[in-house]
Design a protein around this ligand. Structure first.
Ligand code: NAD
Length: 483
């Protein structure tokens, strides 16, 4: 194991290090991710030991004593400077993101830009003390004080955006953070950690790469005070159970099975194109992707034709090829999981509207596929494939389609598509999900709360409330005189 001082210049995207206590650290054992477009290995990255975790937690706890006392303005400035530096390295990060995650380069650039935007916008929010009562002899004040050390656990679908969405609120509110990327996509997050050393004192921003032991080591460690986790519902349960032993605060952003309800009052061609885009973006690997499409029976056939025609135009390939919309699925595990839905096509006698067959070629490529009117109880309707395969369903009764949309233990997002604003609003207000859109889907805002209902999560991130989730609340009862 060795260490290098973190220099003022971001090392080129060749060597990958953990950042612990302001140092770039290598480990005896290393591993690598796979470029999902080619199946070839990406560079070696560190594999943390329990000792590395202990060192990082100790450094973060030490950093907490000073970082929590710096002014809001100072912390805000450091985050804004960090965001500027990330923006200056957009191309380097985007290239690496395409290599490690597989997404087409234009979407990789967008993800870096969104990471920058999130940090800048979140840094504009300020948690104010609230005066609940003020009289001549008494004051009651509500304050928000930092929790301590937080851990940000990030999935492989949006490694930069989701890391930035945890780093900024945690650091702004005075809590040092240890970021743990997915072992499938460690590269950009490790470089974020390296870049951040220019702007934050040692121990304030640390990034650790490891194998499957690292997550449980962090969630069960007695040092951190909060876990902000984004990933699957199954892992979310493990995280919560592990954090419960030390009563860590948890925010869980989990899986989704988002319905889109398409009424008869739409422009069919444009709506079909938008819905296909929002189902197949990032090759369907978005917690908030449209995963069930319910179309009114009176326009079903025309809508079906329009969405099939549009889906046929979507180009699949290596993210560096011109005009590609769908890159590969990110990893072999996910690829095999998505393919089980394709095996079900014959078994379950599903009708394929478009797609259905995958060419055997290197890389984890899956053809965007629409399954027509499968049984409501089939896996393709009830589960989250997290890949480019989606069911197209028909409805005629408004109450019935709302009940079907809500008939799931997940409740992350949902959308209604209609030019009749009253109809759209009426349906939208009855949907059980943390984010509900009318005539769009997936669009997020760093100032708006983002979280899931039911088994899609606990708590929420972003906005004022998201920042408060990194804080203890304290009520200060003040009597102005002892007599
Ligand atoms: P995952 O749950 O397998 O992994 C997420 C992260 O948790 C990774 O960093 C992983 O290494 C880590 N991890 C795994 N086991 C752990 C454990 N026992 N303790 C602590 N950490 C552990 O999820 P994934 O496959 O990376 O991502 C896909 C899932 O994430 C989908 O279900 C998707 O819907 C969901 N997701 C949700 C959101 C959201 O904001 N709600 C956003 C993106 C993805």
């Amino acid at each position: 194991m060795g260490s290098l001082p973190a220099t003022s210049k971001l090392d080129c995207f060749s060597g990958y290090f953990n950042t612990i206590n302001g140092q770039l650290m290598s480990t005896d054992k290393t591993r690598h991710g796979i470029n999902p477009a080619t199946g070839k290995p990406n560079p070696e990255v560190p594999v943390c030991t329990q000792q590395d975790v202990d060192d990082a937690v100790k450094a973060a706890r030490t950093a907490f004593t000073t970082w929590s006392k710096t002014s809001w303005h100072e912390r805000q400035k450091a985050i804004l400077d960090f965001a500027d530096a990330l923006e200056q390295h957009t191309d380097d990060f985007a290239k690496m993101l395409t290599l490690e995650q597989g997404k087409p380069i234009q979407f990789a650039v967008q993800e870096v830009q969104v990471g920058v935007l999130w940090m800048r916008e979140l840094a504009k929010i300020k948690l104010q003390e609230e005066i609940l009562e003020e009289t001549t002899d008494k004051q009651v004040v509500v304050r928000y004080t930092p929790l301590g050390v937080s851990v940000g656990i990030v999935p492989w679908n949006f490694p930069i955006h989701l890391a930035c969405g945890k780093i900024a609120p945690s650091l702004l509110t005075g809590n040092p953070i240890i970021v743990k990327p997915s072992p499938f996509t460690p590269y950009c997050d490790l470089k974020l950690g390296e870049l951040g050393q220019r702007f934050f004192p040692p121990g304030v921003l640390q990034v650790l790469s490891g194998d499957d032991q690292l997550g449980p080591w962090l969630t069960s460690h007695p040092g951190p005070d909060k876990i902000s986790f984004t990933g699957s519902t199954a892992t979310g349960r493990l995280v919560m159970a592990s954090a419960a032993r030390t009563l860590k605060r948890v925010t869980l952003e989990l899986g989704g099975n988002d319905p889109a309800i398409v009424t008869k009052n739409i422009d069919i061609k444009t709506t079909a194109a938008k819905i296909a885009t929002l189902a197949f973006l990032n090759s369907g690997q978005i917690c908030l992707a449209i995963k069930r499409i319910y179309v009114h029976e009176s326009i079903y056939d025309d809508f079906r034709q329009a969405i099939v025609d549009f889906t046929r135009t979507l180009k699949i390939g290596d993210g560096n090829e011109e005009g590609v919309f769908l890159g590969p699925v990110q990893n072999s595990m996910q690829y095999e999981k998505v393919k089980t839905f394709f095996s079900d096509i014959e078994k379950e006698k599903w009708k394929v509207a478009v797609g259905g067959v995958n060419d055997e070629k290197p890389g984890y490529f899956i053809t965007p596929t629409i399954i027509e009117k499968p049984d409501e109880s089939s896996r393709i309707v009830t589960e989250e494939p997290f890949g480019p395969i989606v069911p197209l369903l028909e409805w005629k009764d408004e109450d019935d389609v709302i009940a079907r949309a809500n008939d799931t233990r997940l409740g992350l997002g949902a959308s209604v598509w209609s030019d009749d604003v009253e109809e759209a609003g009426r349906i939208a207000r009855q949907l059980e999900a943390g984010s509900v859109w009318i005539n769009t889907h997936i669009e997020l805002d760093p100032h708006a709360p983002f979280g899931g209902h039911k088994e899609s999560g606990i708590g929420y991130e972003w906005g004022v409330g998201g920042l408060r989730s990194y804080c203890n609340v304290q009520t200060l009862f003040l009597k102005k005189k002892t007599s």
